[in-house]
Write a protein of this length. Structure first.
Length: 213
């Protein structure tokens, strides 16, 4: 039974109780029952609306952007001619990554149901290339998917996010690209942890030597 149907049933039973009590001319009981019915109705309505409110809050809640860079591909791919920014905007829209909140000359903003956001901008809307295209996003995966959608227009590119690099040429399915990003992040995290442990060991070594002497 859906949430709204449950609310209808509960309110119907409660109203019937009010009428029955009113028939007995017990107005104090009628007032109490009416207050209880109102409270239950408000609670059920808020509970039914909670998922929608949560999605809306995630959509408007500001999230910090990631450091994302777009690097040119290996030399064997050669240069690509610049394209109008409007062509990139159409490619992003066709990829169905989320809802386009704003699209204007040289700027586009996209928001997902999960509340992640992506902004695409160009300093030259007429002739956009990797050199003058900028991507900001709250999600590295979302930014990588956007880059994948732009490959047919801009050509292959190297995606860099917080120290990890992934070459994107439009041949990987979205699930495999996501897995590749995940594996690179895990590898980088393990490397950083190893370097941190080595640094701590170096700091502790002089103290141990001094103690032995």
């Amino acid at each position: 039974m859906g949430s709204l149907r449950k609310i209808e049933v509960v309110l119907s039973v409660a109203l019937l109780s009010v009428f029955l009590v009113g028939a007995l001319r017990d107005w104090v009981s009628v007032t109490v029952v009416a207050l209880v019915v109102s409270g239950v109705g408000v609670y059920l309505l808020l509970r039914a609306a909670r998922p929608t409110v949560r999605r809306a809050w995630r959509a408007v809640r500001p999230k910090e952007g990631l450091a994302i860079e777009l690097l040119p591909p290996p030399e064997r791919y050669g240069p690509r001619d610049p394209v109008p920014f409007s062509a990139l905007a159409r490619a992003i829209e066709a990829a169905q990554l989320g809802t386009i909140e704003r699209s204007e000359a040289g700027r586009l903003r996209l928001v997902t149901l999960e509340g992640e956001w992506l902004e695409l901008s160009s300093s030259d809307p007429v002739a956009t290339s990797l050199q003058n295209l900028r991507i900001e996003s709250s999600s590295g995966d979302l930014a990588a998917f956007a880059c994948d959608a732009l490959v047919p227009r801009l050509g292959p590119l190297t995606f860099r996010e917080n120290g990890i690099e992934v070459f994107i040429d439009g041949t990987l399915p979205r699930s495999e690209l996501e897995r590749e990003l995940h594996d690179r992040r895990i590898t980088r995290m393990n490397r950083l942890q190893h370097e941190l442990k080595a640094l701590e060991a170096e700091k502790q070594a002089p103290a141990a030597t001094k103690y032995l002497n």
